[in-house]
Design a protein. Structure first.
Length: 318
């Protein structure tokens, strides 16, 4: 069962552990070979994730373009400015290359003979988004640590022990990174995923904004399952993947039938995440990816017998 993590190219250790606990091994796409985060490399070495880089080559050029956009963004009040300006121009737009060409040449890069390329542009966008997300994640970790320390001090002053159960829900107030340029993230991610020879069987995300984006695009999106606890170890985890695999290929018999299939007993353990399972009936994962690509004929995705798209949302439990 190939469950693809979208539309991000990095993740936190806490999310990775919670996702593996529920679904087992899953896939994550990386835009630039050799630029994966250390955590992604470690998890791949441990066989907990499948780190996939569908496109190789032009690594230096892509990183030079990222550097130029960072410089542009720094000048224009905020490091995210370059990223936002780039996405607004569109991945098939010639304007992007023209805007950064002079900066590349100033920095010693060579763009002679290079033509605008939507796949290259998507790689640049995803690499910059990865850096932006890592910066935001670092800030969130520092804020969470400060919040935990203040609560612990307050409890000690009251003469009470610190309630460690609060740690499980401490991430509930963290902003949704996918809400920042959600459609651009999805377009870039789908351009990259569309170049992979292996088609996803289902999708995993941590962003409710991405689910909202899909809901706005596809009126048929339906909620079929919800879990706020952690499943019993191996048996139930494998059972979830088996259900996703089997039901994604079955005939559509309505949401109630699907909801009954995901009525799985869970134990009392909690790890700070709620899992919601959504379904797009009669829309395959490949078709979902193609819907965000202007020229799907260039996709390398292989044909599969998967009929429906499952989107599994893991969000901080409030």
């Amino acid at each position: 069962m190939n469950i693809a993590y979208l539309p991000f190219t990095s993740l936190t250790e806490k999310f990775a552990a919670a996702a593996y606990r529920r679904f087992g091994r899953f896939s994550i796409y990386t835009p630039v070979k050799g630029q994966e985060t250390q955590l992604v490399r470690t998890l791949a070495d441990e066989n907990r994730i499948d780190a996939r880089c569908p496109i190789s080559g032009e690594e230096r050029l892509v990183m030079d373009l990222c550097r130029s956009l960072r410089n542009w963004g720094a000048v224009h009040q905020g490091q995210s400015a370059g990223l936002k300006r780039f996405a607004e121009s569109g991945f098939y737009n010639n304007q992007f290359a023209a805007e950064v060409r002079s900066e590349i040449l100033k920095g010693g890069g060579d763009l002679s003979g290079q033509q605008p390329d939507p796949i290259r542009n998507a790689r640049v966008f995803l690499q910059m988004a990865q850096e932006f997300d890592l910066q935001e994640a670092d800030i969130e970790i520092q804020l969470a640590a400060a919040d935990k320390a203040s609560k612990q001090l307050f409890d000690e002053l009251k003469g009470e022990g610190y309630d460690t159960a609060e740690d499980a829900s401490s991430s509930a107030g963290i902003p949704d990174a996918g809400a920042f340029m959600a459609e651009s993230r999805m377009t870039a991610w789908c351009l990259l995923a569309g170049m992979d020879a292996i088609t996803p069987d289902a999708f995993l995300t941590r962003s409710r904004a991405i689910v909202d984006l899909l809901s706005g695009r596809f009126s048929s999106l339906v909620h079929v399952g919800e879990f706020s606890s952690v499943f019993d170890a191996e048996a139930n985890r494998d059972g979830i993947a088996e259900r996703l695999c089997r039901l994604s290929r079955a005939s559509w018999e309505g949401p109630e039938v699907m909801r009954a299939e995901f009525d799985i007993p869970a134990n009392a353990a909690r790890d700070g995440f709620q899992t919601d399972i959504y379904l797009l009936p009669d829309l395959s994962p490949g078709a979902l990816i193609w819907s965000f690509i202007d020229h799907p004929s260039g996709s390398a995705l292989s044909a599969t017998d998967v009929r429906h798209s499952f989107i599994c949302l893991m969000s901080p439990r409030k």
